[in-house]
Structures are given as C-alpha cells and as structure tokens.
Design a protein around this ligand. Structure first.
Ligand SMILES: C[S@@+](CC[C@H](N)C(=O)[O-])C[C@H]1O[C@@H](n2cnc3c(N)ncnc32)[C@H](O)[C@@H]1O
Length: 465
C-alpha cells in the first residue's frame, strides 16, 4: 500500500523552505466575516476558481473530472496551459524523474531498444511520447538511440502528444537541435496505425494528470461524488470529512481548508454515468458499500487506442510486432479511492487550494489500463521503479558515468540523484512501470521476459554520454 508520509517526504526533497500556504501570504487577500463574527482572510479568487464557481452557479455541482480538466487544462488559465505557472524544477511546484537524472531516460531507451532488436530489428521506428513536459525524457531517449548502431538510422519521426501550447514551446526548444523530425498532436487518436513501422510509446507522469470521476458505493448502487460551492444551500448531502475509501484506508493526503470555496457532495440519485463507470471493471464489484473509487475513463480510452495502434493480426503470424512501450506513473496494480492531491511548491496541498495554480494528481490504476488493452498487446508488470531501474542496470550505468565525471562534486551529484530515483522510502516504490508489446503469446510479468536483466544487456553497452 502507498505510504502517504513517505510520499510527502519524497516530494519534500526539493523543498525550498516555504510552508504550504506561506506563498499565499503575499497574495491579495479579502476579508471574510464568519457567522460567529470572526474576521478571516481568504486569498483572492484565481481565474479558474471564478470559472468553476460560475459554472456551478449556472448548472449545479460538477464532477471531479470537470474540476480536474478545468484546473489543469482550461485553454488559457489551466495549470499546464498558462505559461506564467512555473510548474517544474526548484522554482516550480514539483520535479520529475527525467529531470532528476539522465540515467532514467537512458534506461527507458535501453528497454525500448532491447524489445526492438529482439522483435522487429531493421524496421523503421516512430517514437511517441504522451505528455512530454519539458521534453527531457525524450531528449535522453534520443541521445541513446542516436549512439546505438541498431537504432541510429531508423527513427523517422518523433511524435509528441501534448495539449498545452506552453509545454509545446518548451519541448520544441529542447528537442529542435536533435536533428529528428518533430510533430505534435492533441490526442493519441490523431496518430494513425502504421504497419510499416515499429511504434514505440512512452508516457511518464501522464495518466496521473488525466481527469477521473469519484464514485461512492451506496446501498442503492454507485453514486457520483460531485463538487459544489462551499456556500451552496441546495446541496445538503455533505460527505464524511475523512472519506471512507475501502480501496484505500489511508487518510486523505491533505486536510481540506476551512477557507475552501468548494466542498464535495454526493449526487442525490444514481446516474447512468456512475452506474456505467462503477461497472467498467469486474474488480470494482468487490468494493463494499461505503467504499470510494477513483476511475478515469479518459485513461482507459487512451490505453485502448494504444492497444489498437499495436494490435497484431491473429491470422497473420508472419507480421512482426508493431511496437512496444512503457507507462510510468504513481500508482499500482489496483484501484484507489482517496489518492487525489494537489502540489504547490513541492508540498502536498488540498485539491481545492488555488485552482489552476497548483498541480493536481491522482494515482493510476494500472490494472484498469491493462484491461483497456483487451489482449491487443501483452503486458509486463507493473513493477516498481526500484526494480525496473536496478534490473535494467542502473548501477552499471552510474559506474560508467562516474568514471567519466570531471570532479568529485559531479561524481557525488550523479550518485545522489540516482539514489533518489530508487529510494525505497520514496520514488523507488511510489512509481510503477508497465511494459507492453505487440508480440504474440502470453503476458509475463516476471522481470526476465518483460524487463531483461542486466546480464542480458551487456551487448548494448553505451559509452558515457
Ligand atoms: C506531470 S506533467 C509530466 C511531464 C513529463 N512527462 C515529465 O515527467 O517531466 C504532465 C504533462 O502532460 C501534459 N498533459 C496533461 N493533460 C494532457 C492531455 N490530455 N493530453 C496531452 N497532454 C497532456 C501536460 O501539459 C504535461 O506536459
């Protein structure tokens, strides 16, 4: 089970001293008088907060999916869309594995190359990344591809699925010098199937940013948990403050602020959407009454489309594998019910804090993604980040990098950033890797087939980069 305290520690490592709400002190405040006459301060509304409150006023409570979509992806004010949001790095709200160490992307590249050379050597390659952020992972992958004989002449195109113009600009800046043809797409559905090429797909911290619905199982079936304004008198059904997830018994990641302008409410009636989503996996039937479920039909749809891109023709065994890929994200091989959280300045914050100005994330149910593949590909894992990186030769790669480092400081920086990626009280267990391949045969989640051991990789030794 995910340990939240540990999660917090790992996200605190780049903490630059601010308390979760400290940054709000400098914001414009307005005064609120409570029913008891106390005067409290609430931060000025963000643009997204205004839009959300207006929407609720006009049409009633909204789903968590709508809330997340507007907060992260409103065309101009969404967290990832507005270029004024710092997002990544020490000055931003969080830091991701590719940004911590180049070894992360290099070992992903090696995994892709091994699958390619063992299933479809010599074929042309197209590389797809979903949600590439600053483009660092793709930059590291391409560097390895251009130094390995088997792949250096094979990549025809790099396809980036990214909805944010601000992120696209960062990706272009980072990758334009790579010499590869770059093309951007809004959705994986815009990318056609191509049987003449081997398609490689990576997604790191992509699915955790996709909208999800929150459901609660009641005696009369699944009901959707919705969001209304804190002052909405027409929505009296207030949920238990601590939540009651039986898919996860952990406490909520952050206590909702009393100053929040939003609160969750249970939909008064069963809806077609809640009933359908609650039945979208046979696993959900065992969640008892009172349990909650975070379910992302958007993630399901993306995984389904990827399965269709790589699907082999069962009647034509001579067709080579059409591709392979890796999903890396927070989460595990199970459903979650209480993992939705916000990040601001490297701290976990209430999800209703500063909408549009904080990152939002929800754990990924990898078993659901595997169900979406519906046997179109075979899958490996998920396994933990620790197991993937060490199994793929992290230590050997570090040794090579350290040997070529020009100073002791550089050597210890290489060592400490890699240690951070595999920390067994943090990132090493919080992130999971799911491999998939358009091979025939049975899925095998053992390390040996899906995640070849270092001993199998010696032939693909790469020089220090
Ligand atoms: C948490 S960031 C991860 C960035 C990068 N993969 C990394 O690990 O550093 C999520 C990325 O997904 C993008 N994104 C979010 N929702 C998306 C969607 N529906 N379609 C495509 N990209 C999306 C964001 O703009 C951002 O680039």
């Amino acid at each position: 089970m995910l340990c939240r305290n540990r999660l917090v520690q790992s996200r605190f490592r780049t903490h630059v001293g601010a308390k979760p709400w400290a940054s709000l002190a400098s914001l414009k405040h307005r005064t609120l008088t409570t029913s008891r006459g106390y005067v409290t301060q609430a931060p000025a509304q963000t643009e997204v907060e205004k839009i959300l409150l207006d929407t609720i006023k006009a049409t009633g409570p909204i789903s968590y999916a709508t809330y997340m979509q507007l907060c992260l992806s409103h065309p101009t004010e969404g967290y990832y869309m507005n270029p004024s949001n710092p997002v990544f790095g020490k000055q931003g709200d969080f830091i991701t594995s590719p940004e911590i160490s180049q070894v992360f992307g290099e070992l992903i590249a090696i995994w892709l190359i091994i699958h390619y050379t063992s299933t479809a050597p010599g074929r042309k390659i197209r590389l797809i990344e979903l949600g590439p952020g600053r483009g660092t992972l793709m930059q590291d992958v391409l560097r390895v591809f251009s130094r390995i004989t088997a792949t250096q002449e094979q990549v025809t195109e790099v396809m980036l699925v990214e909805t944010s113009p601000a992120m696209r600009a960062l990706q272009e800046e980072k990758l334009e010098g790579s010499g590869f043809k770059l093309t951007w797409f809004n959705s994986i559905d815009e990318i056609p199937r191509d049987e003449d090429q081997f398609t490689m797909i990576v997604a790191h911290e992509f699915f955790d940013a996709l909208p999800f619905h929150l459901l609660e199982k009641t005696h009369s079936g699944w009901r959707e948990v919705l969001i209304t304004s804190a002052s909405d008198p027409a929505a009296p059904t207030i949920l238990k403050a601590s939540g009651s997830s039986l898919t996860s018994t952990d406490p909520p990641f952050a206590t909702p602020s009393k100053k929040s302008r939003f609160r969750p409410v249970l939909a008064p009636n069963a809806t077609f959407s809640a009933t359908t989503l609650g039945a979208s996996s046979p696993r959900f039937a065992s969640i008892p009454v009172g349990g909650r479920l975070e379910v992302s039909p958007t993630s399901f749809k993306v995984a389904k489309s990827i399965g269709e891109l790589l699907r082999h023709d069962p009647d034509d065994e001579s067709t080579p594998s059409l591709g392979c890929g890796l999903f890396v994200d927070y989460g595990g091989d199970k459903a979650y019910g209480n993992s939705f959280r916000g990040f601001r300045k490297h701290k976990i914050v209430d999800v209703f804090n500063r909408p549009g100005k904080c990152d939002l994330t929800v754990n990924v149910d990898f078993a659901f993604l595997k169900e979406a593949f519906s046997n179109n590909v075979i899958t490996f894992g998920p396994i933990t980040q620790y197991n993937f990186l060490t199994g793929m030769g992290l230590n050997q790669r570090l040794w090579a990098l350290q040997r070529s480092a020009l100073s002791e400081d550089r050597k210890s920086a290489i060592q400490s950033s890699a240690k951070r990626l595999i920390d067994l009280t943090g990132m090493g267990i919080q992130y999971s890797f799911l491999g998939f391949s358009g091979l025939w045969g049975k899925s095998d989640s053992s390390n040996q087939v899906g995640y070849p051991r270092w001993s199998l990789l010696r032939l693909t030794t790469i020089r220090p980069l």
